[in-house]
Design a protein around this ligand. Sequence first.
Ligand SMILES: O=C1O[C@H](COP(=O)(O)O)[C@@H](O)[C@H](O)[C@H]1O
Length: 254
Amino acid sequence: MSKTEVVVYENPDLLAAAAAARLVTRIVDVQAAKGSASVVLTGGGTGIAILQELRDSSARDAIDWSRLDVYWGDERFVPADSDERNEKQAREALLDHVPLDPRRVHAMAPSDGEFGDDVDAAAAAYAEVLSGDHGDVPAFDIMLLGLGGEGHTASIFPESPAVYEKERSVVAVRDCPKPPPTRISLTLPAIRRAQDIWLVTGGDAKADAVAQALAGAGEVQIPVAGARGTRRTLWLLDRGSASKLTKVYQTPTA
Ligand SMILES: O=C1O[C@H](COP(=O)(O)O)[C@@H](O)[C@H](O)[C@H]1O
């Protein structure tokens, strides 16, 4: 299991800008080493702010966008044109502004897509997308994950059926405490296939969950505690979300 690293930025804007810069560097390094790279996106305020920062950064041109696979860690099961959809927000923030290969953008189905409102079928189809020809969930190069104040990550909520899932890589999620209630999510076993997991979040409302996860809480109560990469587990926080940590972590000056 990878060591946990924590970096605390002065404010949410700096956090988003620094995470975007880190993304460019990591994607370029992986592409140089292997030819192509894969990234798993998150929804949520910080996740989308990072994509906006990347769109506005001239360094984004260092990435070979045609050799990048894009996946999602979770999706809200709503119509394709809903503003709540993580894919729509990511497209508006970044994906529609860069020359990605559309065949390498792997979105989860919306509730008005080919599976209609059958969220189980949509989740099973995404599991097939992940397993592809090799039969295994990819060892994603970089996975971005946000978290909720009660400790959820992706759409895995505390004490919910999804947090107990050991076999499937993708599940349908119902009755979420946070709207919209129906979602699709990678499971913790699939999340733990990622090489790098970057947990990105800002604001005081996340401070308890961050502190509990980093203090070693169990993943059933605090699912984000179960998100660990095989190569690296990196928490990128702002002062608010880090405010209940007892240990002093690295705070960059710029
Ligand atoms: O609903 C979701 O929320 C979380 C966290 O979002 P935030 O806006 O509170 O930071 C996000 O990680 C997840 O992808 C999304 O579906």
